[in-house]
Design a protein around this ligand. Sequence first.
Ligand code: PLP
Length: 390
Amino acid sequence: MDKRGKGLNTICTHVGELEDTKYKGAVSPLYMSTSYAFDDVDVKRYPRYFNTPNQEGLCKKIAALEHAESALIFGSGMAAVSTALLAFLRAGDHIVLQQTLYGGTYNLVTEEFDKYGISYSFTKGWEPKDFENEIRENTKVLYIETPSNPLLTITDIEGVAAIAKKHGIVSMIDNTFASPVNQNPIDFGIDVVIHSATKYMGGHSDICAGAVASTKEHMHRIFHLAKNFGGSLSDYTVWLLERSIKTMGLRVRAQNENALAMAQYLEAHVDIDAVYYPGLTIHKDHELAKRQMKGFGGMLSFELKPYLDASLFQRSLKIIKSSMSLAGVESTVLSPTQTSHALMSAEVRAEQGIKDGLIRFSVGIEEPEDLIADIEYAIKKVKKETKTTV
Ligand SMILES: *Cc1c(COP(=O)(O)O)cnc(C)c1O
């Protein structure tokens, strides 16, 4: 139950829906207008002002899902990240960010912030004290991502939020990997929650969008920058995203179950070296994950034994596809060494624990038996094909 007294799937299905007063249709009408008369109303509606009927409806749903007072939807996850960050940072300010971050966020900070005179530090670890250690007099924002990509590390949300409060700093989280189904950081004291809605909110690998949720006061500040930056989402996509979120609770809960089943299967497998999934009791932060998550999510990663070739393994899978993105209803894998972390030196990768045999697995809603059979088949094929060369 959220504070408004409605449960997850009720919020997903109904909060923010627009009534079709004319034809009594079952779903929200889609208002594509970019122009609205304003002579008899006090709001000037315009897509880039983030206030068309469909935008406002969906923002209500997202705010309710994150137990927030208010929310905004953006044209991409990175539009949400960049607008939220720059709303609280100006020249001369400093930000502390978690060591492992989504690549796009890392690039935004390291490629752009110098231009704006904003300095930054990355933490040396994931403990709240690692964040406190980096705080300076001019630090304005603490930024975390949990579970993280690709090793599914867990950051203590309540611990980091408390440090931010103690120092009068705004705390932000990228909550994409968990989704609002599994984790509501505002309940643990976080100020600003960010999502790439391209992932679990969209859930079908066909929408690119972002969202930010927070207090009315913070969202007001973010809105002012948002309308100047212009990163709004088209109303048609807003409408599609509203439809997608109706089944988010069902999808993500099924993905939680499947991911746990896959993690347990892989953990017991002789050809697998390690499995990283916060739902496994062997995960080093399983207890912390249990405290702050309602489900452990659909993302996991695992290491193939060194004698198995990672690219050949991926190519040999039939149901599970190789894909850069994640969180769709279909299962996908990628090799961080060859994709998201390819530009890092081998030494930095080794430092961060990213081995060549590491596979990131976004678990979908297929039947787990079929996913297991697919992996079994691929491992056998790799063994057979490499025996001749090894
Ligand atoms: C994909 C992703 C983003 C960026 O979102 P886009 O919609 O691609 O702009 C940010 N954070 C995380 C954790 C992501 O997975």
